[in-house]
Design a protein around this ligand. Sequence first.
Ligand code: TRP
Length: 451
Amino acid sequence: MSERANFGSKVGVVLATAGSAVGLGNVWRFPFMAGHNGGAVFMLVYLGCILLLGIPGMVSEFIVGRHSQANAARAYGTLTNRKGWGFIGLLGILTSTIILGFYSVVAGWCLQYLGTSAVGGLKGDSTYVQQYFQNFSSDPVKPALLGVAFVFITHIIVVRGVRNGIEKASKLLMPLLFILLLIIVIASCSLPNASEGIEFLLKPDFSKVSNKMFLEALGQAFFSLSLGTACLCTYASYYSRQTHLLQSAAQIALVDFLIALMAGLMIFPAAFSVGVQPDSGPSLIFITLPRVFQQAFSFLPALGYVISLMFYALLVFAALTSTISMHEIGTAFFHEELKMKRPVAAWIETIVCSLIAVFCSLSVGNPDIQVMGMPLMDFCDHLTAQYMLPAGALLTSILVGWFASKTLVREEFTNWETNGPKSLFGVYLFCVRFIVPVCIFLILMHQFGVI
Ligand code: TRP
């Protein structure tokens, strides 16, 4: 195997992994999940999941990846001397391929909104904006084509290699997204009745605790951190021996949480202000945002125009840094394990994901494409986030906590007793051995009504 690429700089590593984490999961998925699970209580459980399960889970995936310096399947297979564990990597490759399929459809919607806002086509009252989304997303052709186009754009970047594509893009665009979100949050919070939305997101109402909320918060936390599909493992296989694993995980989790919080503060005040239900589902951001851009900037429509354009452009880029990371998992596997040339490996991933994207997109407006009573699109989201990601993270923590050599795990955690946080190793190991598996198990049991 040829020498594997390395990330160029310490900052590049964190930014590229953060680029994978920050995406539509934060801006599109988090608000509608929080919206239909009662807002602030969901936030609390979500935050708990990130701290208690997310960060240790991320470190575990980093350890598996950096130790092996290989693709997902080989990484899991070589951590212990039992190759069979490689199936966790294979499961991750399958999960990320399904996610990439439906994720591209939503990314395609963002492309459409970018184009429409460029020509000023998103102006109108909330009924108009709602209708616009409905008509567009249920169209059989255009959204499917845009979804496939998004997979192709991802393909092109992935084929160009790790350093050039991923690292450069993340370095520039992530901070820009952050600043723009901040501006939109301020605009949204200045709308009439915005305080109701802020309260909805930040003031817990414990009567809204529900059975399914725990699993949805867990799934959202993992989805948003890119955890449970060997995605972080694949990225960590490009890390250097000096990369501080715990610190990187904590920084990425913090950035990821802040972006989700900002997305919430951008959408709920606007939703309450224009009278859109906070639990209106996947369409939430697509019907509230156009109203923010019009109403909040009505004193200077040109500013609203520029901001909305920049916003959709950055959202597309944020989605792209995430799709690249999902695509890379499968591509690295086909390339290294099945000995295909990198472009051929990337093509296989691209074709499979495009097919999933087409069927998911068609299912949005077509009642015939259903699985277990939901449109295929929702089914893929539900299956991956709520079951496959927790399963991946659960298995990883069992492998790292109970089956891998403790010396190896300690060496990776402490960077061979150099700059790693030696005193926290015990805490980390306790989390990975007990807290993570037990909590995930309990949450799954709770969902099935066993407890
Ligand atoms: N975390 C990304 C987001 O929030 C999505 C993502 C990228 C992902 N890679 C992943 C989700 C791997 C699960 C697994 O948009």
